[in-house]
Design a protein around this ligand. Structure first.
Ligand SMILES: NC(=O)c1ccc[n+]([C@@H]2O[C@H](COP(=O)([O-])OP(=O)(O)OC[C@H]3O[C@@H](n4cnc5c(N)ncnc54)[C@H](O)[C@@H]3O)[C@@H](O)[C@H]2O)c1
Length: 451
């Protein structure tokens, strides 16, 4: 099923499941963005190339087939088998190269999708911006704080559209959550909690090594780029997230999605003021640099956030917003809003330390001032609202559609390079605190982490 059409049967199936789970009111969210984009004339087709056709690059190429008015014209990867994987994803015999500069030299390429390990983002985005290409850069935007500001500067200097790839920012579920958050019906939200927990080899990035991986089929020197030189190591190439030379562990891989979602919903476009992490490497002791559990408390000016990733239990993905008048939870792709009962209620605990007569007088007085209301629990349950996307909904396709539309209109998108930079610095703060066993503080003046 495409993102456009949702059969009534599917809706009934979704609704029935949620009703069984106790949800009072279920709304199926309407995907609009791709339908609006369908009116694009052929002359406005955006021609793009993918730099990196690994797991994510192929996923993006595949999703791009759902986006009207775009065409992939070339793929680039350092591992030859991924040339074929890229062509298969895009269902076309496009040219393929190991050298991304050949793509940047092409005058007929409007934009590039950069889906390569994080340590290479800066160099390739800088080169792409200098070559006049707009860039969809995968998350986290930066490998280091310095890389992030260099990317911001490259986008400004080249006057390019840069969008970072945390697709939740373009999701219809997150858009609804933002609407609820901004409506004020949650009251004041002082605490936000998020986690993303997994319990599998794949979840811990222990990906299988393809049988043809070798120095002949992979350009290892180009993979290392500016990272420390070392002999060919297929585990480092395919499981790069485990190693600090190329990735940022759980913070860069998963925190960044949670932080981006929180920033989007709360309209925060700044770096957390400080972060305090704890955690450890308890189980996946395969030579990796990063912990398999990390739990970070962040200070923002108006609220606090706790974010956790644990590779030792299948807890899934969740963000909870705890307001004085209501609680909103995004669990996977299901959004639930539940009001808190804030009506006046008689004290029912401390008056049991009062003499009976005094207690009864207090209760009678209270009842006189507050006439009977419907049973509290029932009133709240009736107002619980649940929102789900249609089956097969792809926020990845929506995020790509937002980017390609911006390439045409020249209007910056929400998840632009500044947004991406702020979210990525949140990840760097978490790692800094974990590895230095300290409170990491963001110094906006010097653009540095202190502590
Ligand atoms: N938004 C999401 O949900 C999401 C999901 C997965 C990955 N990602 C991000 O996408 C990026 C890629 O991750 P992945 O899982 O696809 O990794 P991967 O290892 O599967 O693929 C990366 C590919 O990049 C290629 N590459 C490296 N340097 C290159 C260069 N200089 N020129 C051309 N190709 C080069 C490698 O050959 C490799 O095939 C990372 O930044 C990751 O964080 C985002």
């Amino acid at each position: 099923m495409t993102t456009k059409f949702v059969s009534r049967r599917n809706f009934m199936r979704i609704s029935a499941g949620l009703m069984a789970a106790g949800a009072a009111k279920v709304t199926l969210l309407e995907p609009l963005r791709l339908e609006a984009a369908a009116a694009i004339p052929p002359s406005d087709t955006v021609r793009f190339a993918s730099i990196g056709t690994g797991v994510r690059g192929c996923e993006l190429l595949h999703a791009s087939l759902l986006v009207p008015g775009v065409e992939c014209v070339e793929v680039c990867d350092l591992y030859d088998s991924r040339h074929l994987a890229g062509r298969e994803a895009v269902k076309k015999e496009v040219p393929a190269t190991r050298n991304y500069k050949e793509i940047l030299d092409r005058k007929d390429v409007d934009a590039v999708v950069v889906a390569i390990p994080d340590h290479q983002h800066r160099r390739i985005v800088e080169d792409a911006c200098a070559a006049g290409k707009d860039v969809y850069c995968e998350k986290p935007m930066s490998h280091t704080v310095e890389d992030g500001f260099a990317i911001v500067e490259a986008a400004r200097k080249g006057n390019r559209i840069v969008q970072v790839g945390s697709q939740r920012v373009s999701s219809i579920v997150y858009a609804k959550a933002k609407e609820i958050y901004e409506s004020g019906k949650m009251g004041d939200v002082f605490f936000i909690e998020a986690h993303w927990d997994r319990n599998s080899m794949s979840g811990a990035w222990v990906y299988p090594i393809p049988p043809d991986a070798s120095e002949q089929t992979i350009d290892w020197t180009a993979f290392l780029g500016d990272a420390p030189k070392r002999p060919f190591d297929a585990a480092r190439f395919f499981r790069w997230r485990c190693f600090a030379d190329y990735g940022e562990g759980l913070a860069g891989d998963l925190f960044v999605h949670l932080i981006s979602g929180i920033h989007f919903i709360t309209s925060t476009n700044s770096v957390p003021l400080r972060a305090q992490s704890t955690g450890g490497l308890f189980r996946w002791k395969d030579g990796r640099d990063f912990p398999d559990l990390i739990d970070t408390f962040y200070d923002y000016p108006n609220f606090r956030t706790a974010i956790r990733c644990n590779l030792n239990n299948e807890g899934g993905e969740m963000i909870g917003f705890y307001g004085t008048k209501g609680t909103m939870v995004i669990s996977g792709s299901t959004l639930t809003y539940k009001p808190q009962d804030t009506r006046p209620q008689p004290e029912s605990y401390s008056i049991y330390g009062w003499p009976e007569r005094m207690r009864e007088e207090y209760l009678a007085d209270f009842q006189g001032k507050h006439p009977a209301t419907p049973p509290l629990a029932a009133a709240v349950e009736e107002e619980v609202e649940t929102f789900v996307p249609p089956r097969g909904y792809s926020d990845v396709a929506d995020h790509l559609a937002v980017f390609f539309n911006a390439v045409r209109t020249r209007q910056r998108t929400i998840e632009n390079e500044e947004f991406g930079n702020n979210a990525a610095i949140g990840c760097h703060l978490a790692n800094h605190s974990y590895f230095h066993k300290t409170v990491a503080t963001w110094d906006a003046g010097s653009k540095r982490i202190k502590g």
